[in-house]
Design a protein around this ligand. Structure first.
Ligand code: SIN
Length: 329
């Protein structure tokens, strides 16, 4: 072989090695889509995941966080995840009904008194078991993220269940929440989160149910005259990814990302209650919406009116799951 041919082969080989090294060095991009503001517990946790992942795996992983429904809304994000168009999301636990009925337990009215009880159930063996309930659909639950307890709002004071009669309430994509409002003689309307402000502002709907941080960050208190402190249900999240994506991550990447999931979960969950209370105070200070507190008798009426929902969904959710959750309190 002539010297020039040898040199040519050597250069080609070097080129191939360099190209392979460059290809290996390309970072893994993780797209994280959510629908709320960055100041909410979920927004804080998502940014903490990004910070942690990029610090632990410099040059190997880039996390792109898309808040405020910029990339997907919750009605299409899971489909997009299974197609590989987005890699992580944390939809409300109310939004998984097309994939599993297991999380319906979190929508049962008055099942949990406060976030501490919700947390206790989530960390219990039954709560942890639910994380795997969509394995057959290709979705992996990585953990529970808190937001907070929901409050009812409307343009008229809601003191007893009869006050909600005939009013249109926006709800998430949940048959349990639909049944809950039907129990009150109200009209539940399933709509994406990104549309709620306009629906309220234009009086296309009369009311809604939201945790404090969502009310404040979306300015719902500016378009609702009254917020009743019902704490009738929880709005929490499932941090979810595609099993194919997560399990396909390289062995020198996945363990660090698992650690970052744990770190971000703790960061958001530790702050959730403080954020909720601070946002409640800000809403009160804004003075655009009156915050109503229920007497024990009034609260008991709401509990009684909504209780039949439990039995209605017992078959789908499983008696064992409901009992395990109820046993927490
Ligand atoms: C969210 O907090 O992610 C939105 C929940 C909703 O749709 O009400």
């Amino acid at each position: 072989m002539r010297v020039s041919a040898l040199l040519g082969s050597a250069l080609t080989a070097i080129g191939l090695v360099t190209a392979a090294a460059t290809a290996q060095a390309a970072p893994i991009t993780i797209k994280f889509s959510h629908v709320v503001a960055e100041t909410t517990p979920k927004g804080v946790a998502a940014l903490e995941f990004k910070r942690c992942a990029e610090a632990a795996l410099p040059g190997k992983v880039v996390v792109e966080v898309y808040p405020n429904s910029q990339l997907f809304n919750d009605d299409n994000v899971l489909e997009a995840m299974l197609l590989g168009d987005v890699h992580m999301a944390a939809p409300s636990l109310s939004k998984f009904e097309d994939y599993t009925k297991a999380f319906q337990v979190f929508d049962l009215p008055f099942l949990f008194k406060d976030l501490a009880e919700v947390d206790k159930f989530q960390q219990s063996p039954k709560g942890q078991e639910l994380l795997q309930s969509m394995a057959d659909k290709g979705l992996l639950g990585l953990g529970y993220w808190h937001n907070g307890m929901k409050q009812m709002s409307a343009n008229k004071p809601l003191r007893v269940p009869e006050d909600a009669n005939g009013l249109k309430f926006r709800i998430q994509q949940s048959d349990v929440l639909e049944a809950q409002f039907e129990q009150l003689g109200a009209v539940p309307i399933k709509k994406p989160f990104s549309e709620v402000f306009t629906l309220l502002q234009t009086n296309a709907i009369d009311g809604a149910e939201n945790p404090w941080s969502n009310i404040y960050s979306q300015k719902f208190h500016e378009v609702q005259d009254y917020i009743t402190e019902t704490n009738h249900g929880v709005l929490d999240y499932l941090l979810v990814t595609s099993a194919e994506f997560w399990n396909g991550l390289p062995d020198d990447v996945r363990p660090q990302l698992d650690d970052c999931v744990a770190q971000a979960t703790k960061a958001g969950n530790d702050k959730a209650l403080d954020i909720a209370m601070a946002d409640r105070d800000k809403i009160k200070a804004a003075g655009t919406s009156e915050i109503l507190q229920l007497t024990d008798e009034e609260l008991a009426k709401w509990q009684e009116a909504m209780k039949p929902v439990w039995e209605k969904f017992e078959g789908d959710i499983g008696k064992d799951v409901i009992e395990a959750a109820a046993a927490i309190n």
